[in-house]
Design a protein around this ligand. Sequence first.
Ligand SMILES: Cc1cc2nc3c(=O)[nH]c(=O)nc-3n(C[C@H](O)[C@H](O)[C@H](O)COP(=O)(O)OP(=O)(O)OC[C@H]3O[C@@H](n4cnc5c(N)ncnc54)[C@H](O)[C@@H]3O)c2cc1C
Length: 494
Amino acid sequence: MAEPEVVDVVVVGLGVGGEEVAGRLAEAGLSVVGIERDLVGGECPYWGCIPSKMMIRAANALAEARRVNELAGSAQVQPDWAPVAKRIREEATDTWDDTVAVDRFTGKGGRFLRGSARLDGPGRVRVGDQVIQARHGIVFGTGTRPSVPPIDGLADTPYWTNHQAIEVEELPESLLVLGGGAIGLELAQVFARFGVRVTVVEAADRVLAVEEPESSEVAEKALRADGVEIRTGVKADRVSHDGGTFTVHAGDDAFHAERLLVVTGRRAHLEELGLDTIGVDPGQRYLPVDGQMRVTDGVWAVGDVTGEGAFTHIAMYQAAIVIADVLDRTRHADRAPDPSGTASVVGGAMGAASAVGGAMTATGPSGAAGTLPRADYRALPRVTFTDPEVGAVGLTEHQARQRGINVQVGFAQLSSSARGWIHKAGNEGFIKLVADADQGVLVGATSVGPAGGEVLSALVVAVHAAVPLSHLRHMIYAYPTFHRAIEDALRDLS
Ligand SMILES: Cc1cc2nc3c(=O)[nH]c(=O)nc-3n(C[C@H](O)[C@H](O)[C@H](O)COP(=O)(O)OP(=O)(O)OC[C@H]3O[C@@H](n4cnc5c(N)ncnc54)[C@H](O)[C@@H]3O)c2cc1C
């Protein structure tokens, strides 16, 4: 067998997190091999955030146009999916071609391999019959894939995952959405606004079950107003497809539609990564990491595969931590005597490495000056891009109470704020604050409204920096903005 190729770092999976790590380390002068079996960039640009938000932008334009009738005369809206599909094909995904992304990575000095990679013992990665030895480390950014529930008959039907829903060129007449989480609701509302008859079937007793109950209520009401039928507390027990129609059976109920979209969660596939060859249990749900994203000595993980939150902003945040830690390790390895004689080509890169490492400490995740950043998820923001948007940060009221925090809650309806009242059509929403009364700080907050995700940013700062409630009460909120409702909710805290 040929000698393994020896490089500084191997990155397996070039989604959002892996691509960032691989590219930045290559730019810093390390020899980096990046391996991707599908498309460089991963789920977000091709089947996730970007195309779904393009769909949402188009659907919201339709909804705004329909609001003209209430606010500014009359408008007739004729939805047409063709420009949306074209935009996703041409502007977002280059017809699902990653040439630009591959060139971006190799342009930074990385070496790209297409294929499925797995560990082949400590420090070694195998892709087909190629083996690569990593001097300094291996980074896993292998993400997740849709998790399909073991419902009788489902696996034998041509159901959709988010991939087919994003790639669709011609809309079905009717759609069943299995799963009332963020992705299910976003896509359900989009398709409904384009005239598809949509039914959402959710096993939990409310949609958006991980968020505040008030968020579930507003989202459910908004989707119903768009014509979406929502059935909660319904556990599908059998699925069939007769060539033209799907039927989802749930006890005595049966739901029928032309298409079935399954969005019931996502799963990491650790069993594919050869983790047993380094003594890591591949039977776990996610790849556990410490505050520096280390799985074990010389192995890091980034993004969805860590189970810390399936968001692009988590993957990017963690990537910054991995980059700083890997560069720090290479810096120390470079200073140490080299017993193997294989270290290190990074000498010339050390200047760049320090520069990047320094920037990480200054601008990256929290950590005292001069120390390496460590992950801190207290102020993890999340946004469901329905209309109204549901933004949240930190703990929900229920989570805070479960942790034994002395909870105070403040609530304000958006429609009662000046801006909400002015906005009128489409002004559903609220601000909910969850405070730790003993500490006098916010530990969580929810912002639902037409710009709920944007208003959230102020609350993220408050939770992240533990801004005292007295400071928040005595700052100036611009009039008449949606974010002034934060001041109303602060007044309501008791
Ligand atoms: C419909 C939808 C909408 C979303 N909207 C948002 C949003 O608005 N905001 C947000 O923050 N997040 C959103 N997300 C989530 C976001 O897409 C993910 O959090 C993000 O893509 C995670 O990045 P990642 O790098 O961890 O993994 P991924 O993007 O999943 O990339 C992992 C890559 O690893 C590759 N890979 C896996 N195993 C191997 C192997 N053994 N060898 C080689 N390659 C391998 C895969 O092919 C894949 O390309 C959305 C997701 C979906 C599905």
